[in-house]
Design a protein around this ligand. Sequence first.
Ligand code: GLC
Length: 563
Amino acid sequence: MFEQKRKWWKEGVVYQIYPRSFQDTSGNGVGDLKGITNRLDYIKSLEVDIIWLCPVYDSPNDDNGYDIRDYKNIMDEFGTMSDFDELLAGMKSRDLRLVMDLVANHTSDEHLWFQESRKSRDNKYRNYYHWWPAEKGTPPKRWSYFDVDANAWKYDEQTDSYYLHYFSIKQPDLKWENPKVREEIYDIIRFWFDKGVDGFRMDVIPFISKDTTYPELPEKYNGNFVSYYSEGPRLHEFLNEMNQQVLSKYDIMTVGEAPGITLDKALDFVDEDREELNMFFHFDLMSLDRDGHEVFWMQKEKWKLTEFKKIHSDWDAVFAKKGWGSIFLSNHDFPRSVSRWANDSIEHWHNSATMLHTFLLTMRGTPYFYFGDEIGMTNAGFEHIEDYKDINTINRYELLKQNNISLKDFIENEKEAARDNARTPMQWDETKNAGFTNSKSWIKVNSNYRKGINVASQEKDENSVLNYYKKMVQIRKTNLGLVYGAYQLLLDDNEYVYAYTRVLNSEKYLILLSFSELETTVEINEISFKNASLLISNDQAEKTKLDKVFTLKPYQALVYELA
Ligand code: GLC
């Protein structure tokens, strides 16, 4: 019996594409839509079901497309609407679904609405954005992610007012409190659904509702703006309305990006009865190795496996009966998973990457893979500020420079934490620029494409990270217990091995994952190993003898089917 209702978006595996870095065909050094279309057979060969495409809309690219100028047009660098239609048709003919990115907390300052809004205080678009008239004095402090001064209010001379921007000064926040704004957003969503798009990943969705009296940050938040931003007074009203007006009318999926959302709030978003979203990305794991509220600063101490397990166990428990989770280890805002969560040294890279694949594909919740992780792409670790292209790194560098804070430490931090670590081009083969472009790439290609981290060589090697990935996806898709089965953590306080079972009726699995660079022995007493069989291992494993004592090689992953 299934505890949860079966759905395609629960059983599917998602593959995220950062279009700028996937495949250039036009020769401008930037990936494009035709590039993705040309690679659809490859994507299909991964056995994934759903593609999440980061923003491809018309944008001046202050934040690589997360600043949208026109929601119903395609960015010139990426191609045209007919390229998009061709891509979608190519996906449909291969039974692949498409999830787009909805960036609706803010627009670009070059969007027509903002251009109008800033013209005069009585412009009909004035109330599309958050304005604070200067005669009221300086507005209460709001913190901004990408502002050089970390100040989310920007003074605009034209109307002697400040506008609100939680992200860069070129990303003014929309005023969802205005019903016209919400209508515009629903209209955009309908436009893409009517084309046949299968869902949306919703950018920073908990930030959309604001207290429009703009009070001082209430004390209880203790300086934590992100937490305050994610608890706006009308958030759930807006999500529910969006669901009623548009989402519920289509067979689509939604996944919210949810900074600030804690375990106790989770079901408010995804309990089916509330009719809001299907699932969301929480930030607990992404904050595990970070310094307090500072999501882009590495903490000094190494994270602990017991904490990693606790995060996943706690989140699994929340969704055990209601709602649904998403499982991910990386995306375009965080470093590469193999470098961050395991070990990308030559010696341990293969087992590390495949162990993490095993993890993502044996947990409950929809698994999201970031492009390139299937071949074990690693952090770029750029040493020079000139190599960074991300506004987040560049503006924080400026801020520190102004405040005379050590830039050397900052670069050391960015080598591990920067978003650009994950934005280097897809490594297709051993030709120039890894086969990504035949001109100059917009961002440096990671040179390890010549050392086996590329699709062409891994396709030929039976034991490659890529071929393991394909096998593992197959295993998930042919064993529904891995999708819906109950999760039970074993060896809770072991700092080297993550062990758990998944059980659905008579289907039962044991998963053992080593997060250690040393050989490790564990003993599992809770389980009977009579008639157990090995489904997969990423290293040579003892296949015949099986008892309660297991010796795992460094970063070894084992999945057993138990009778
Ligand atoms: C989200 C996106 C990130 C972007 C930000 C502002 O966090 O994932 O890439 O910079 O929102 O839109």
